[in-house]
Write a protein that binds this ligand. Structure first.
Ligand SMILES: C[S@@+](CC[C@H](N)C(=O)[O-])C[C@H]1O[C@@H](n2cnc3c(N)ncnc32)[C@H](O)[C@@H]1O
Length: 271
């Protein structure tokens, strides 16, 4: 899968996108992504004293929640704008700019590594897990969340369905690994095992996106995401308006409350 992707081009595309949306992220997607943080930390056995690395930390929610448990977190994101958001939100915590695929840490520095909705944005997720393995101590744990498939994570079904109906899903944007690749529990377990981890476990986390208005889903996808925003921005203007109205109808049908479950995968580095 990695071979079909121009990793450099995709990374650059994601990096530019996250730099641009960083200040809008908290009011948009974060209202859902924060919902899985406690389960993520539990899966990584984060407790008082745990040295934990929050990779692709965004505004730092997992690091912040880990600190509340008495853990010792470091947050890392390749977007300097996101790192600034995190520092603003959690001024006493340690946040660094860096790449998930080339972690700026020594071997065996952490007891836990987590990625909350980070894996699906990486050009080379395999490398990120190999890096997580490297910086973990023996017996340490890795945990990551991704979105469940669009038939369950309804916000995606509504938007993808609207583009399919009125527009074109095959517009030219830098190709990345399949967005829902790790929604498949077997694929998540496979990549964890391939990176050297043992005892992989996958669970599902129910989450609900309560939207302020029927237009909010389109707004967040258009202004607060990267790959889906690029997909929308590449549509013809008249088509885009039809998509917007279709998305609004989809949200109204769900009474502004969209199921957006996550898939949570975790595993351990052997002793
Ligand atoms: C969907 S956001 C998740 C943010 C946060 N973890 C949360 O729980 O809401 C994805 C994050 O991954 C970061 N990211 C994407 N590719 C990365 C990479 N190669 N290295 C580090 N961070 C990366 C983005 O900058 C963005 O902050």
């Amino acid at each position: 899968m990695e071979n079909q992707v121009d990793a450099g081009a995709f990374r650059q595309f994601e990096h530019k996108g996250w730099q641009e949306v960083a200040s809008r992220y908290h009011a948009g997607f974060a209202t859902v992504t924060v919902q899985s943080v406690e389960a993520l930390l539990n899966a990584a056995h984060v407790k008082s004293g745990t040295r934990i690395l929050d990779v692709a930390c965004g505004p730092g929610y997992a690091a912040g929640a880990a600190a509340v448990r008495g853990a010792i977190p470091v947050g890392l994101d390749f977007s300097s704008e996101m790192v600034e958001e995190a520092r603003g939100r959690y001024p006493t915590l340690d946040f660094r700019t860096g790449d998930a695929e080339q972690l700026p840490f020594e071997n065996s520095e952490f007891n836990a590594v987590v990625l909350n909705f980070g894996m699906l944005h990486l050009a080379r997720p395999e490398r990120a897990l190999e890096e997580a393995y490297r910086v973990l101590r023996p017996g340490g744990r890795v945990a990551f969340t991704v979105w469940d498939t669009p038939d369950k994570a309804i916000g995606f079904e509504i938007v993808i369905g609207a583009i399919q109906k009125h527009g074109d899903l095959n517009v030219s944007i830098p190709a990345g690994p399949p967005f829902f690749r790790f929604s498949n529990p077997d694929e998540s377990k496979r990549i964890l095992t391939a990176a050297g981890f043992i005892n992989p476990v996958v669970t599902h986390i129910p989450q609900i996106w309560r939207l302020e208005s029927p237009d909010a889903l389109f707004e967040v996808m258009y202004n607060g995401s990267v790959r889906n925003a690029a997909l929308l921005r590449a549509q013809q203007p008249n088509v885009l308006e039809a998509i917007r109205l279709e998305v609004r109808r989809g949200v109204e049908l769900n009474h502004n409350e969209l199921p957006m479950p996550a898939v949570l995968a975790s595993a351990q580095k052997g002793n």
